[in-house]
Unconditional design. Structure first.
Length: 205
């Protein structure tokens, strides 16, 4: 059994078809009776032979059971109209929040739009904080090495899924950030797994 925690996505859209569903159950439609088609006789001449190797390749490229399991319990995807209406409502809500913040702090300028670079930087900063960066002087760093590994792996997933769909600058930034985070992770794990150095013996008087 996998240790990955499962999450449930709740469909928050209002369902308006309850009455239609009840009326559909009360008046079932009988399927039309159709006569079975007679089996087709094999046509003379050359026939198509399925290559076994091709069949095995199709099996390998089929979606994995784990990927299909992600769809269990998921609501149906929103329509284009629902997505458009929700995006407009979200933008209006975000604008109201920004207006409230600027009313309390008039010197604050408008928030810059979020971009791909913000996403990559968010992952990078999170990973470095999980590895103890930013600890104030005199305090013991709090390290979440397993959380850092998960965050760095997410950066790797992001790099894999966006391959061929980034600008040269975006790809360079992502690859550099991923390289630096992995290097910091390896240095930290090497320090954690290194044998403890015994203290020097007391000096003889």
């Amino acid at each position: 059994m996998s240790d990955t925690p499962k999450f449930e996505v709740i469909d928050r859209r209002k369902i308006k078809a309850e009455e239609e569903k009840e009326s559909a159950h009360s008046a079932p439609v009988e399927p039309a009776q159709t006569a079975p088609a007679p089996p087709a006789e094999p046509a003379p001449g050359p026939r198509l032979v399925v290559n076994e190797a091709r069949h095995e390749e199709t099996k390998e490229t089929a979606p994995a059971a784990e990927e299909l399991g992600l769809l269990d319990g998921m609501p149906p995807p929103p329509t284009a109209e629902e997505s458009h209406e929700q995006k407009a409502a979200y933008d209006a809500s975000a604008q109201r929040l920004e207006d409230l913040v600027r009313a309390q702090n008039p010197a604050a300028g408008p928030q810059p739009p979020m971009g791909f670079d913000h996403l990559v930087q968010q992952f990078y900063v999170t990973a470095m904080l999980q590895m103890g960066a930013g600890t104030q002087d005199g305090q013991r760093p709090r390290v979440d090495i397993m959380g850092a590994r998960a965050t760095i792996d997410l950066l790797g997933v992001l790099a894999e899924k966006t391959k061929g769909n980034l600008t040269p600058a975006e790809d360079r930034m992502l690859q550099t950030v991923l390289f630096e985070a992995r290097m910091a992770f390896m240095e930290l794990t090497s320090m954690m797994s290194a044998p403890a150095v015994p203290p020097p013996p007391p000096a003889k008087k």
